[in-house]
Design a protein. Sequence first.
Length: 816
Amino acid sequence: MRSERLYEKDHPRRLDSLDSAYDSIRNATEMLGGLEIRVERGGLVAPRVSDAHLADARGEMQALAIDLQRAGIYALVFSNKFHVGELDTLARLVKASLLRSEEPANGEGSAWWPARLLENRVEGIFINTRTERRVDTVLASLIAALVAYGGHSPRETADAPIQVPDFDDLVASLRLLARLTPPLESARGLSPEEAARAIHGAMEEASRDSVCMMLSSVSQYGPREGERPQPYLLRLSENITFEFLNAEFSSGSLTASSVRPTISRLSDVIVEAGGYSGPHSSQHLSSLAVTWATETHREQLIDRFWLELSPREKSAVLRGPDVWCVPVAALRNTLGQLADAGADAPRREARNIVLNYARRIEHADPSARRSVAAGLNELSSIIESLWPNQLPEDLGRGAMKALDAEKAPETAALLAAFVESLGRIAVSRADYSGFESILTGLERAPQDNEHDHMAALANRLVAQDRWLLLVDAALANRALDPVLPRLLQRDPERLLDRLTLLLTEPRGAEMVPAMARLLRTIGVPVLNLLETRLYEARRQRVTAAIKLLAAADPERLLRGLARALASWEWNLQDLAVSELMRPNNSASAISTAFVFSAILADAHPMVVPMMIDQLGLAQETTAVPQLMEIAAGEHESLRDQFVRIKAIEALGRMHASEAAELLRNLAERREGLTYAEPAGLRAAAEDALALIENRPSFKQALAAFGAPAQSSSSYINPRRYVRVPLESPLRAHIEGAPAGFARVKTISLGGAYLESPRKLSVGDSIKLEVRAGLRKINFTAVVRNIGPDGSGVEFVHMRDEDREKLRKLVQRHLQL
């Protein structure tokens, strides 16, 4: 049909189209034993295939149905004997009929098509002929009555195709149809005579034109195979209504905003005329009237009208100010087709339709605003697909403005839901600036009762799942989006709770640098709150605060350390001290040592050795008197031999000449025939004195602890002693472990590297026994790092004799 209109008779395109159409229809007729096509509003129906409209993804069937109706064709049958020449003739006749349909009627009536087919010797194609089908006897009687009352009306002889009646004629026709329904219902219990009298009475009361219109509609929309009266009359009433609405809308007499009121008015006509007051009138409305009275059916009719409207007319409405009148089902269908087209132009048109629809949220009519708000929520998924990267600012800005001004609670709730969906889309797409603009708009609303819903919405926008997404994005291994810190600083408490939880995960330590970057970017609000957590009773919070402050702001941790250290258990003290001694905190090493010297007496005995090492490494000379007091064993609380040895080593590292006399006294002082101090302490004093006085044994002492080698920044503490690799690993045993055997690969005066089948964690405290030949050396150690094949431990306490055994072991293996 399209090629017939576009091309000349012998054009190759037209001939190819003719051959293709013939092959397709020929295959269908052979499969089905003949092909019957009924022309209905909105599409074509092939009864032998299905009672539903043929699939029409691109609207071509609907356009063809409109052309066939204009040509006066409502039934088309292809028999098995039709040939390509007859199909060619049909196309030419349809084209001629479309041109003729604009001319005035000439009085030949509906015999035009049979006459033309006969004239052109078309025997395999039939138009507007009735095929044999089984029709309900009641419907047959009704059709016979219609023919008897209106079959000879002059209207039937009109040459032009069936014309749509005006509104008054339509109302009269629907009223007649509604009055014919009760006598046809078996539930009324009417005898055949009573039903016949009721039908004839309705016919007599109706005008001849109404009966003729009814007969014309029955001719165009005949009963289907085995169709019962009630379903048929319902379908007939809907088709009559749609024919009128479609024609009025095409002519411009019916506007988009008038569609709903018109359907409601026509529904009321059918309901009013469908009342029944005769015998057996326990049911006061017919089944047809009951159906038309329901709001659900009216909404379905409105949806069908817009779904079946021609694409050109529908597109004009969707681009205009009355787009809010289009129901969401039709809007979704159109947008879905445009979005699925794949090409840029249809998707661009779909975006323009959505933006035009969203602008109607500021309509003066409250019902229009409510309809648009509900529609935007239902279209969220399509909106998300139309803008795969970033939503337009106008969409969110308009919704926020409307939400701020909306007074109706229902519409405000719908708008809030839509804004929330926009926020969800923005977060999921990493459009954090768009998400921030939504939040900022909500927070700018007045803080009064009328705007409480906006404050509640702002809280929902950063609900648990979206908050987690924001935190994860801020910790991702990429450049930090400047918007994320501004978003997260809105709730520092919840941010720190999330970071605390993440630190407990297996990969928590790997995220500490990203966490520190985020905290430093946010700045004072979150760092102040983090500092207050140092003084809390909950261990997990304190642990996280120590780790995060050490990485983000070590000076702040130092300030809080003096106040909080005494209240912490030893492993929290150990964590804080070890974190502050990390190589990446070397810039604050001097201030760290100064603070350590001030709080040394408050620290746990197993933490003090590490703090004293820091004093020596940082050359904190102000601590020399205190270290001399500890080394002499005269300190009030720090008198443990291991702590005294550490103090002596620190004095040696600082080359504290004022401590030379004390060290000499410790190394040489006797009580009778025996030395006054243990061997391990005397050896440490001699090594420290050698460093201070630069004796010949200086190199040996320097190799042991005087000049720590450079260590990798991956280790928590800088290396304070030279590590000694062992040619033959030493056996070791971890106390309290079922499979506690380990091997010592390297060892020093400060720690060792263990290979153990037991899985250790950083911060674990263990009792370790190392076997060197027949000797056993016992330590208390803390795990500092985990390697691919073992764990590094630091000795935090040992007895004097164990220290001496360890010193001799190290000295024996040193490569001088």
